[in-house]
Design a protein around this ligand. Structure first.
Ligand code: ZN
Length: 264
C-alpha cells in the first residue's frame, strides 16, 4: 500500500518516468530527490506487557505522579510524541556531505486507523499477538528475556515490522530518554528501506561517505545481524545512523538507496 501510494504520487509529480529513468533502474540522484515533496511513512505503535502484566502508562491522571516527583513515568502518548519529533528531526536535518540541504525528504506520522484510547497505539497482554496494521511500519515494544537482547530488530529489507526490546523497564524505572529509542527505530527502518550496517564489508555505499573498516575499528562483518564477535559499538566516528553508536546521520548514498527502494 505504501509502495503503491509512493509510485502513484511520483507518477503524478513527474508526469511519467524521468528521462532515462524506469522502475528498477538507477536510484534517483539527490538533486532530483530534493525537488520531490516530502513523503510521509506511517507508524503504528504496539505495546506488549511485561511477564508481570505491567505495561506503558496510559492514564493522563498518572501525570499527577509527575507533580509529586520521584515516581515520574513516561506516558505512552508522550513517548510517541517525542519519538516522532526526533525521527522527523533526524530525517529533516541528518543528511551529511551535501551542501545545499540536509533533508532526506522522508517524514513520519501516526497511522490514522487504530481505534484505541491513544492514537496510533495498541496495548497487549504479555504473550498476546499484536495486530499488524497494513500500510504502516508496526513498531512493537517487546520484552526480551535474553541476557544479550538487541536494542531492536526488523525482518530485513521490505519488512514493515520493527521490534524494540526491553524499553518498557527503563521507562517504568523513570527514564525519559526518547531520543535513543527514536534513533533505534530510525536505524531499523533504514534496514527495512534496504540499508546495510555501515560496518558491513560489502555495503553498496562503502567508500561513499564512510569506510566499513573505520566503522568497526579496522574490521568489518559479512552480514547484517549485528556485529557478531566484533564489537562495533561506538565505532562510527561519523555518528552514522546505520552504524552502532550515536546513530544520527545518513549519507547521500544511503538517502538515494532508501528512495530507490521506496520507488522501486
Ligand atoms: Zn542494524
Amino acid at each position: 500500500m505504501l509502495r503503491a501510494f509512493v509510485i502513484i504520487w511520483l507518477a503524478w509529480l513527474l508526469g511519467g518516468a524521468l528521462p532515462g529513468q524506469s522502475a528498477g533502474s538507477e536510484p534517483l540522484p539527490i538533486e532530483v530527490i530534493q525537488q520531490l515533496p516530502d513523503t510521509t511513512l506511517r507508524l503504528a505503535f504496539h505495546f506488549e506487557a511485561l511477564p508481570d502484566g505491567r505495561n506503558f502508562v496510559t492514564d493522563p491522571n498518572d501525570s499527577l505522579l509527575i507533580a509529586h516527583g520521584n515516581n515520574e513515568k513516561l506516558r505512552a502518548d508522550i513517548l510517541i510524541y517525542y519519538v516522532l519529533q526526533e525521527l522527523n528531526h533526524r530525517f529533516r536535518t541528518g543528511m551529511v556531505d551535501y551542501a545545499p540541504s540536509r533533508d532526506t525528504k522522508i517524514r513520519f506520522a501516526l497511522v490514522e486507523t487504530l481505534d484505541s484510547g491513544i492514537r496510533g497505539a495498541s496495548f497487549y497482554a504479555h504473550g498476546e499477538r499484536p495486530v499488524h496494521v497494513p500500510g504502516a511500519f508496526n513498531v512493537i515494544f517487546r520484552y526480551h528475556p535474553g541476557p544479550r537482547a538487541p536494542n531492536g530488530s526488523t525482518g530485513g529489507v521490505g519488512s514493515t515490522t520493527i521490534y524494540i526490546y526491553n524499553a518498557l523497564q527503563t521507562y517504568l524505572a523513570g527514564s525519559q530518554d526518547t531520543w535513543s529509542l527514536a534513533r533505534n527505530i530510525g536505524h531499523e527502518i533504514g534496514h527495512a528501506l534496504s540499508l546495510d550496517h555501515t560496518f558491513k564489508c560489502d555495503n553498496p555505499c562503502a567508500g561513499q561517505g564512510f569506510d566499513p573498516l573505520e566503522e568497526c575499528y579496522g574490521d568489518c562483518v559479512p552480514h547484517n545481524h549485528g556485529s557478531d564477535k566484533i564489537n562495533c559499538f561506538g565505532g562510527s566516528s561519523r555518528e552514522l545512523m546505520m552504524g552502532y553508536g550515536s546513530q544520527v546521520y545518513l549519507t547521500v548514498c544511503e538517502v538515494e538507496r532508501m528512495w530507490g527502494w521506496l520507488l522501486r
